[in-house]
Write a protein that binds this ligand. Structure first.
Ligand code: GRG
Length: 292
């Protein structure tokens, strides 16, 4: 994915923070090694970037959001590790290399995912740069957006949805929960950390919902238009796994049109922030032509 600006330093700061946390932890080496394998210098870290930009929109600097950004990437990474397991999508490649259960084994992949969930909540609860009230709100939101009310709920809906007979409303609901809710966490964390009122939090929430849909359509398009080498993960999976998707439902051309409609709508949602919203809107635009 080509992002509007260079976010490599943010990515490496997040990697360094993870190393620091692992070094002071009592995690056995058999847990540390696979965590590093799946995380270090890997993944686009889009959710961390979105959190950083939503914070910047409200005047909060990168340094203040690093623990929350790492926590969010831990939750996202666990979801990918578990999603790749044979009981779910049964994938061999992720982030350009073998999936964790292929490189190690299934038990390790399950436990690494579990450890990343706990680490995420440890990171936010122990973040002394944030007030206790702010930490509790973020922890509560992350639990809601990543659990049965959000990502996990969406994942189980996904397991039960088949292309024949799935309404577009049921596909949209499943995608918003599975993919969109973690984006909503990222976008709303900015105004929450900045201490803004509900109006700003709601605006960023609405933007997150749209961003999630745009991201998901772009992900469906990667599945049909990209290659393993470009995407870093297996492609043409949705059809072979009989998945209900936007692209499956509308076809490629209509799905692309819908994606552009959502991109336009997302600009309207952030109108009140003027040019200050440009980094976020630029990230949204960049989804329309990503190949990974
Ligand atoms: C297993 C509880 C559980 C949840 C899984 C996220 C998810 C829910 C499944 C992944 C299936 C999938 C491909 C969803 C589409 C959106 C998505 C999360 C894509 C991968 O995210 P990227 O592109 O990945 O940000 P990187 O590797 O860059 O971090």
């Amino acid at each position: 994915m080509t992002l509007g600006k260079n976010y490599d330093s943010l990515r490496s700061e997040i990697d360094h923070l993870l190393i620091k946390k692992l070094n002071i932890s009592k995690f056995p080496e058999t847990l540390i090694e696979p965590i590093k394998y799946i995380f270090m210098n890997k993944g686009k870290k889009v959710r961390a970037i979105l959190l950083a930009e939503s914070s910047a929109l409200f005047g909060v600097e990168y340094a203040k959001i690093l623990h929350v950004a790492l926590a969010l990437e831990c939750i996202h990474t666990y979801s990918l590790i578990h999603d790749d397991l044979p009981a779910m999508d049964d994938d061999d490649y992720r982030r350009g290399e073998l999936t964790l259960h292929k490189k190690y084994n299934e038990a390790t992949a399950i436990l690494v995912g579990d450890a990343l969930i706990s680490l995420a909540f440890e990171l936010i609860s122990g973040d002394e740069g944030l007030s206790p009230e702010c930490r509790i709100r973020l922890i509560n939101n992350l639990a809601i957006y990543s659990g049965g009310n959000g990502m996990v709920g969406g994942q189980i809906l996904d397991l039960g949805l088949k292309p024949t007979g799935a309404s577009i409303e049921s596909i949209k609901k499943m995608q918003q929960m599975k993919t969109g809710d973690l984006f909503c966490f990222a976008f709303t964390a900015g105004p929450i950390i900045a201490g803004c009122g509900s109006d700003d939090v709601e605006k960023l929430f609405d933007f997150g919902k749209l961003f999630g849909l745009i991201f998901q359509i772009s992900d469906d398009l990667i599945d049909v238009e990209s290659t393993l080498a470009e995407a870093g993960k297996s492609v043409n999976k949705d059809q072979s796994m009989d998945k209900a998707t936007y692209v499956g439902h509308y076809g490629i051309t209509e799905a692309k049109k819908l994606m552009h409609t959502y991109i336009k709508e997302s600009k309207v949602v952030l109108e009140k922030y003027g040019s200050k919203a440009q980094p976020l809107l630029g990230l949204c635009d960049s989804l329309s032509n990503r190949r990974s």
